[in-house]
Design a protein around this ligand. Sequence first.
Ligand SMILES: Nc1ncnc2c1ncn2[C@@H]1O[C@H](COP(=O)(O)OP(=O)(O)OP(=O)(O)O)[C@@H](O)[C@H]1O
Ligand SMILES: [Mg+2]
Length: 231
Amino acid sequence: MIETRNLVKSVDTSEGLLTILKGITLKVNEGEIVAIVGASGSGKSTLLGLMAGLDGASSGDVLLDDNNLTEMDEEQRAMLRGQLVGFVFQSFQLLPSLTALENVMLPIELKGDDQARDKAKQLLQRVGLEERWHHYPNQLSGGEQQRVAIARAFATQAKILFADEPTGNLDTATGKKVVELLFELNREFSTTLVLVTHDERLAQRCNRVIKLVAGEIAEDTKNTVEESVSV
Ligand SMILES: Nc1ncnc2c1ncn2[C@@H]1O[C@H](COP(=O)(O)OP(=O)(O)OP(=O)(O)O)[C@@H](O)[C@H]1O
Ligand SMILES: [Mg+2]
């Protein structure tokens, strides 16, 4: 479902060329839940952005569902993202000028579905935000915004969902709710999930944990089924 081949990302800085990712090669299967872990600055968000086609690599390839992003222009990548990919990022996840309801409706409307409003309302109910549908993102807490983003991911039924620290700033109860929603998405639609997390317990629940150290894969460990379904 996702494949990277010798992915390198370098950026120009005032101190010269900084290589953030030093040749990442990995494969993620359909329906798999993968945690990306590692110290701050190890390259996790950069890798997620490249895999999601939000940013271009310096060299190497990213394939999403057998489409090579490297060979596509920005317009083609945007189209593929719309068809395949959902995001639950901590920032820039919702459109600020649209209400919660409109944010969730948008991808449904874009598919030409005239039931968008009803469907979006049901999805917001599912994430426990039925009372807040008319609020704008800046009127919602971080956790509420994340739940809207998950409702939107359900709406598009993305085949691949990338989440950068989905529980990062949330209290324990809200974090748990967000994680349950992500796992539900995986169970119901076989959505492939790639999560960046610092939460050891969340990582242990994933099928697989990839650890980055200074822009390289240091460990790639499969969790046993018993571990990944418990908690
Ligand atoms: N555009 C850029 N210009 C310069 N340096 C960058 C740029 N983007 C990222 N970096 C650097 O690359 C390294 C990896 O960044 P990245 O955001 O991928 O880390 P991370 O593993 O997600 O860290 P965290 O856990 O703190 O979110 C960091 O040292 C960061 O400062
Ligand atoms: Mg990060």
